[in-house]
Design a protein around this ligand. Structure first.
Ligand code: SF4
Length: 63
């Protein structure tokens, strides 16, 4: 699984951090920061959940 965050689209809602705090963080402006580009398979469900709840559709998952 590869995770891509479109920082230009991100609106800083923090939903991704709530869903998977070891994969996503937020910078001082609230914009998402990717902590793990290739999270382990056991984190996959939470990362998919993060992408699903992102109001800006800023999280893309490949693989
Ligand atoms: S859920 Fe989406 S909009 Fe909100 S901080 Fe994460 S990437 Fe940005």
């Amino acid at each position: 699984m590869k995770v891509i965050v479109d920082k230009d689209a991100c609106v800083g809602s923090g939903q991704c951090v709530l869903a998977a705090e070891d994969v996503f963080d937020q910078d001082d402006d609230g914009i998402a920061v990717l902590l793990q580009e290739n999270p382990s398979e056991e984190r996959a469900e939470d990362v998919r959940q993060a992408a699903a709840v992102c109001p800006a559709l800023a999280i893309r998952i490949e693989g």
